[in-house]
Ligand binder design. Structure first.
Ligand code: GAL
Length: 420
């Protein structure tokens, strides 16, 4: 007969063995910083975890919630400064170069050669992923910003068609308001305000104006008559949002459109991920249309993961596997089907994608051919972090304070453009 102490010990041993058997023995594990927490986003991340697990590697979530990634960037900074970076972090555009200059990123050239990234990726995308000619980051998708999402039933109720011009847009918005529907679902956060603002800038001013004003930060363009019209139009949209918008998350705003409480939302196509996660179908339940005046142009937002140099060799191997998985055709398809975006590489079968994605994919190529493809400022694709933050502050302050005049806002934009 075992003594009680012995039997407790062997029971403990059995439990430990059972747990060990239940837990997969990962070859390596990657810790990944991201801000994908909404319904559609979480489904997309789950696919990445699944594919990585199939390669024998584990994934540790390092989530800093908050759409647009504002919170995530400051948390990342403190982790890297403390000498303890995650394996991968959602980083985009110029930030990849900024981190690259600090010499803390890993070299992905071996995987890139094996999978021929140079020939698979559009040149602008490939260049954005390299620092000093070496791959340090891997792109996940292409999001289009300048969409207007519309609840189909709300549109039918007011007997209107999807608006193509700003006049039509405001006419539809008036009708929705009369019918007791919130015309524009908005989340009152600076990045969401800037998402709408840059969409209006493109719709009112066109791609050349957008580039001059928001990418080159040309003072003349920032103080021009066109910018005046952009600001007026932007302010007018605010009149069609509800009083409870302050602080609302973007996906809560999308949920209002999904439920039909609100009619429309300006948002990038991660919003589609929310409609799909709620079992809604494009054209049947909701419409994706180019925001007024932007049908032939495209504000792009490319999600990517930068990889940090690691000391642990098993984790470093898992990191290389993560990069390879992200660029695999299987991942690019299944992830983007959930996320609302389109694959970034060539050769992915678009047959399974819905109309919104097929349009986005075609517009991406077409707008690039006619020089109407512009980077998103709101989503960190165009400017140094500090300049972008200063511009966002100005736009949010203008949106939130009706007393600020248009010329005052233009002056403030010129000033913010000088922040480096
Ligand atoms: C963007 C990001 C998208 C989406 C969105 C809202 O900055 O590029 O993938 O997640 O934020 O969270």
């Amino acid at each position: 007969m075992p003594t009680p102490a012995r039997s407790r010990r062997s029971a403990g041993l059995l439990l430990a063995c059972a747990l060990a058997a239940a837990m997969p023995a990962w070859a390596g594990q990657v810790e990944v910083l991201h801000w994908w927490t909404s319904g559609g986003e979480a489904k997309s991340v789950a696919e990445l975890k699944r594919l990585l697990a199939a390669e024998g590697h584990g994934w540790r979530d390092f989530v800093v919630a908050g759409g647009g990634g504002e919170g995530a960037m400051s948390v990342l900074r403190s982790r890297v400064l403390a000498g303890n970076p995650p394996a991968a972090a959602q980083l985009k555009g110029p930030a990849i170069q900024e981190w690259g200059r600090l010499d803390v990123l890993a070299n992905l050239d071996d995987v890139a050669r094996r999978q021929q990234w140079d020939s698979q990726l559009p040149r602008v995308v490939a260049e954005a992923m390299k620092v000093n000619g070496r791959y340090v980051a891997v792109p996940v998708n292409v999001h289009r910003i300048n969409w207007l999402w519309i609840n189909r039933e709300a549109l039918r109720k007011v007997g209107a068609r999807a608006p193509a011009t700003w006049d039509e847009f405001f006419a539809v918005a008036d009708k929705m308001r009369k019918a007791g529907i919130v015309p524009v679902a908005h989340g009152g956060q600076p990045w969401q305000e800037f998402t709408t603002f840059e969409t209006v800038a493109l719709g009112v001013g066109g791609p050349d104006f957008y580039r001059k004003a928001l990418v080159q930060l040309d003072a003349k363009a920032l103080r021009s008559e066109t910018m005046g019209q952009v600001l007026e139009t932007f302010r007018r949209i605010k009149g069609y949002t509800d009083a409870a918008a302050a602080g609302r998350e973007w996906n809560a705003a999308t949920a209002m459109v999904i439920r039909g409480e609100a009619g429309m939302q300006f948002m990038g196509d991660w919003a589609k991920g929310e409609f799909l996660a709620a079992q809604k179908q494009p054209n049947r339940d909701f419409l994706c249309v180019s925001a007024p005046g932007t049908a032939r142009s495209f504000i792009f937002n490319i999600d990517s993961f930068a990889m940090f140099r690691l000391k642990d060799s098993a984790a470093a191997q898992a990191q290389q596997a993560l990069a390879a998985t992200i660029m695999s055709k299987e991942f690019q398809q299944v992830f983007n089907l959930n996320k609302g975006s389109v694959p970034v590489g060539t050769g992915v079968d678009m047959g399974k994608f819905d109309l919104c994605a097929q349009e986005s994919s075609a517009y991406f190529v077409a707008s690039s051919m006619v020089n109407a493809l512009v980077p998103s400022v709101a989503h960190k694709m165009a400017l140094p972090e500090k300049t972008e933050a200063a511009l966002k502050d100005v736009v949010a302050a203008f949106w939130n304070n009706d007393q600020t005049s248009v010329p005052e806002a233009m002056d403030a934009l010129v000033k913010a453009a000088q922040v480096k």
